[in-house]
Design a protein around this ligand. Structure first.
Ligand SMILES: [Cu+2]
Length: 278
């Protein structure tokens, strides 16, 4: 997993997310209850395409998101006026090959509202009426699907079991402890896009171990199988993710590339924090 991340300059750690088993299980009744409570968007990942359910009559505001189907991370985004999906695809491809100008352009013209991997549920907030895009950001922009939402529909804030914040200056803040199962709020209070990758590590693993591991070609022995992963959030955005993971120690990581550092992933620049799940 770490090897993947190190070598790929992908905007999101798509390759990694694909290999992460779906750990989140939500009971059918819980899904039903939440769907009755608010707006719901269900995205099914198929080969090379996404199927969206719930877009008809969808309005801005908080939307319950369910991602199903083939393993992949689905992101929800919008593009600046005058910047097309075609331009994003071209820039994204170039960025993956190390073109930092293209990366800068893509970042400057895209707003990310978060997203989830297949098998997960949560909520995203679409701030205003307009056009949004669901896509899988892998080695290229895959299955991009455009949808429209109407004027904001007021909705309550979901109750959460903990909050993790990307703080100013590429630092993790928020909860040091989380329950093994619940709803997590992920907030980006920084000036750069971030995603949250919570990876289980052996008890006692240090930040130094992680920093060494990020530099290494091999997968460190202290990486365990538990984990939960959001997609990218632009500055000032927030989302929630339902999760269910084994108790233990976890490292918080973000591999979004920094164009000012030749695409170096944020965690290699020190955006690393240990928390405990119990
Ligand atoms: Cu980041």
């Amino acid at each position: 997993m770490f090897t993947h991340l190190r070598t790929g300059l992908a905007l999101a750690c798509a390759g990694v997310l694909v290999s992460v088993p779906a750990l989140v299980t939500t009971s059918a009744s819980a899904v039903q209850a939440e769907q009755q409570a608010g707006q719901s968007l269900i995205i099914t990942v198929a080969k090379g395409s996404l199927k969206l359910k719930g877009t008809s009559g969808l309005r801005a505001g908080r939307v319950k998101l369910t991602v199903k189907g083939q393993p992949a991370p689905v992101t929800i985004m919008s593009l600046a006026k005058g910047y097309t999906l075609r331009e994003l695809s071209t820039d994204y491809k170039a960025a993956n090959k190390g073109d930092m100008k293209a990366l800068k352009r893509a970042v400057a013209n895209t707003t990310w509202y978060g997203g989830l991997s297949s098998g997960s549920t949560g909520t995203v907030v679409l701030p205003r009426a307009g056009t949004y895009i669901a896509a899988v950001m892998a080695n290229k922009v895959m299955g991009p699907t455009t949808f429209e939402v109407g004027a904001v529909k007021k909705s309550g804030t979901p109750s959460v079991d903990g909050t993790i914040t990307a703080r100013k200056g590429m630092k993790w803040g928020g909860a040091d402890h989380l329950p093994t199962k619940g709803t997590l709020r992920f907030k980006n209070s920084d000036t750069q896009p971030h995603f949250l990758s919570m990876v289980q590590v052996e008890e006692g693993t240090t930040i130094d171990d992680v920093m060494d591991g990020l530099q290494s070609e091999e997968e460190p022995a202290w990486v365990l199988s538990g984990g939960a992963h959001t997609d990218v959030l632009s500055p000032g955005r927030q989302m929630t993710m339902d999760y269910d993971v084994p108790a233990g120690q976890y490292v918080l990581l973000c591999f979004f590339p920094d164009p000012k550092m030749k695409g170096m992933p944020h965690s290699m620049m020190g955006m690393v924090k240990m928390i405990h799940v119990m």
